[in-house]
Design a protein around this ligand. Structure first.
Ligand SMILES: [Zn+2]
Ligand SMILES: [Zn+2]
Length: 280
């Protein structure tokens, strides 16, 4: 029987759930809009650089591409908000350990590195699985409708893919909690923003990394925009933040370094006296 006391507890719990869900929508929507919006604005401000460094010279995203990407990203935001809600409820019930205060800089650094490495591995294997014949149509085909990516492609997923992508966070935090590790709020926040920024950079359509990146062993392990752009235009390159999984598994695009060098050498080729880029 529902007593007034039970009713008020239930009302309280429901209002907390509603608050967390609204926070999730606000948080996930704003980071997508901010990251994709800022990068779009920068590509417009530095239009000359963006055009010279355009990876797919002969093809552009259409208005229909932008519309599809924006609309499906709203669906992704809803899925992510449900997971944010689950994590917040998990934290309140003690299933997920997250410390919002009292973390040292060292703790934030190693926890950030650990979650980024784990997410990179998750992404690589989940991404490869979604490219299997059985799963591709139902999960990942939608993301690949964007043959020429734009910053707005970052969240362009089917609902199933959005669930697969975001499932990493609660699974990871649940696992670390079981091991007695309380994750620092700042480590999670930096991870989320790093993920979002790298995501829109990977879909920028123009190479953002400096020339020589792939020829320097100190930087070559970090994936560039060309790395993921090639994945959209011609396959290979399933990794996200780093290049090592594709190298270990033999799935790197055979022309990756060559394509990066070609794109990043164009700025220099545009010097007076050099041969101009062919018009589209
Ligand atoms: Zn893919
Ligand atoms: Zn993509």
């Amino acid at each position: 029987m529902i007593t007034p006391a039970t009713q008020s507890t239930l009302d309280y719990a429901l209002s907390r759930v509603a608050d967390h869900f609204m926070f999730g929508i606000y948080f996930d929507l704003s980071r997508y809009l901010i990251a994709a919006g800022v990068l779009t604005a920068l590509l417009l401000v530095f239009r000359g650089f963006a055009e010279t460094r355009r990876i797919q010279q002969g093809r552009r995203a259409s208005r229909a591409d932008y519309t599809r990407e924006l609309l499906s990203s709203m669906r992704t935001v809803m899925v992510y908000a449900v997971v944010t809600l689950a994590i917040l409820v998990g934290r309140e019930t003690g299933v997920i350990l997250v410390k919002l205060q009292q973390a040292t800089l060292w703790t934030i650094v190693w926890q950030f590195v650990l979650i980024v490495l784990a997410h990179d591995a998750w992404f690589y294997w989940a991404h490869r699985a979604m490219h299997s014949k059985r799963l591709f149509r139902a999960t990942h085909l939608h993301h690949h409708k964007s043959r020429t990516p734009t910053p707005w492609t970052a969240y362009s997923f089917t609902m199933t893919e959005a669930v697969i992508e975001v499932a990493f966070v609660p699974i990871f935090l649940f696992t670390t909690s079981q091991l007695g590790i309380a994750y620092a709020g700042f480590a999670i926040l930096f991870f989320i923003w790093h993920q979002m920024i790298r995501n829109v950079m990977a879909h920028a359509g123009s190479e953002l990394f400096p020339a020589g990146w792939v020829d320097n062993p100190w930087t070559d392990w970090i994936a560039t925009t060309t790395h993921h752009d090639l994945h959209h235009s011609s396959g290979h390159n399933y990794g996200f933040y780093f290049t090592w999984w594709d190298r270990w598994m033999g799935t790197e695009h055979p022309r990756y370094r060559e394509a990066f060098r070609e794109v990043t050498s164009r700025g220099r080729a545009a010097q007076p006296g050099a041969v101009a880029e062919p018009a589209e």
